[in-house]
Design a protein around this ligand. Structure first.
Ligand SMILES: Cc1ncc(COP(=O)(O)O)c(C=O)c1O
Length: 393
């Protein structure tokens, strides 16, 4: 029997990450000593106090096995609002302006389904975190790419979006600190411009702040919601995945304009039951616990960043030190540029067992780059650079 999956699935671009994954499996099978700098999948353990909270809740609080409150239990939403006020000095109404998510990826995909009708346009950064593009396509929408170019410091140029496109657009995605380019917003006027653009064209402005806490060298990431008028048009996604190394726990939240959030809550109530209660309570523990674990995480990624940038420099591959995230966005050296990022990444795994993400997997404007995730032990980066040197030869 052959049953054909929906046309929507057909419209998705080939999932390049599964090709890389397959090669990784083959490398393990060949007993290669794999150095995995591919996915942004933290190797740092979840803080102990968070794990303890989960264990205690499961063991000793029997009612937590029941269906959770899908929008987030009051304790979760109140804690998010308090954390937000403390961290960003922005007040949120925990009843209407906070919604729990099964990770921000889930929230982004469902936001697209909540708002887009077939043919509606969404403005998507390219390169970008793939769920923006894929979420729009799955919802039947049309993607308008906003190129993130190095000459613009990887910020989109709003003046390049034709008015005819902007008029049809319903959602715009922004994400700083950025995945995959690791760029930050150096001049906050950018956010003000984005808000003005969204207001002018009546567009939902989605800011993905998944890396808000992973910043270095005195840079502190703002929330878009702190800028005047933001709450009229913006929602912001947050994640526990990177800040607290909880990517496998699947918990995040969206905050901001209540009229935008309400229909998302409604949509979600038809397709999921929310975040399990013991995970919500563990997330509360994460937000209310000491920030020392975040400081340690930042120090770890910073140490690895400095080490790997230095090691790459020694082999003649100059990469800028990013001020945020757990990534290096590295332009392919001239010698291998023509090969393209996918071929280069394939060769790197097959020949040397080093896994990275090809830039083209994040969109056509990501071509010419690869992304290295700093998610392996510090002492592996020297070896990774030596292997890269061999490939570049
Ligand atoms: C920009 C960005 N947003 C969201 C996510 C996903 O976060 P979550 O694990 O909360 O779904 C990621 C994960 O890599 C990301 O890079």
């Amino acid at each position: 029997m052959k049953i054909i999956p929906s046309e929507k699935l057909d419209k998705l671009p080939p999932y390049i990450f599964s090709r890389i994954n397959q090669l990784k499996i083959e490398a393990f099978a060949k007993k290669l000593d794999v150095i995995d700098l591919g996915m942004g999948n933290p190797d740092i353990p979840t803080p102990n106090h968070v794990v303890e909270r989960a264990c205690d809740t499961i063991k000793n609080h029997s009612k937590t096995h029941r269906y959770p409150q899908a929008k987030g239990m009051p304790k979760f939403r109140n804690t998010v609002a308090e954390w937000f006020a403390g961290r960003f000095d922005v007040k949120l109404n925990p009843n209407t302006e906070v919604l729990a998510l099964i990770g921000s990826k889930e929230g982004v995909a469902h936001l697209c389904m909540t708002y887009l009708n077939p043919g509606d346009v969404a403005l998507v950064p390219d390169p970008g975190y793939p769920v923006y593009y894929n979420g729009v396509i799955l919802a039947g929408g049309v993607v308008h790419r906003m190129p993130l170019l190095s000459e613009n410091k990887f910020l989109p140029d709003f003046s390049k979006i034709p008015a005819s496109v902007a008029k049809k657009a319903k959602i715009m995605f922004l994400n700083y600190p950025n995945n995959p380019t690791a760029a930050i917003v150096e001049d906050n006027n950018f956010y003000k411009e984005a808000i003005a653009f969204a207001k002018k064209y009546n567009i939902i402005l989605v800011h993905d702040n998944a890396y808000s806490e992973l910043t270095f060298d005195d840079y502190v990431s703002p929330t878009i919601l702190q800028f005047p008028g933001a709450k009229d048009v913006c929602v912001e996604f947050h994640s526990f995945s990177k800040t607290f190394s909880m990517c496998g726990w699947r918990v995040g939240f969206v905050v901001g304009n209540e009229d935008i959030i309400k229909p998302l809550e409604k949509f979600k109530s038809f397709v999921d039951y929310g975040v399990p209660t013991f995970i919500q309570l563990s997330a509360v523990q994460a937000l209310t616990g000491s920030r020392d674990c975040i400081k340690e995480t930042i120090n770890t990624y910073k140490r690895r960043r400095d080490k790997f940038v230095a090691e790459l420099g020694k082999i003649g591959w100059d990469v800028e030190k990013p001020k945020a995230t757990m990534y290096l966005w590295a332009q392919l050296p001239k010698k291998v540029k023509d090969m393209g990022s996918l071929k280069f990444s394939e060769m790197l795994i097959k020949d040397q067992g080093v896994v990275c993400s090809p830039g083209v997997a994040f969109g056509e404007y990501g071509e010419g780059y690869v992304r290295f995730s700093l998610v392996t032990h510090d002492n592996r980066f020297h070896d990774a650079a030596l292997r890269l040197k061999k490939v570049l030869k």
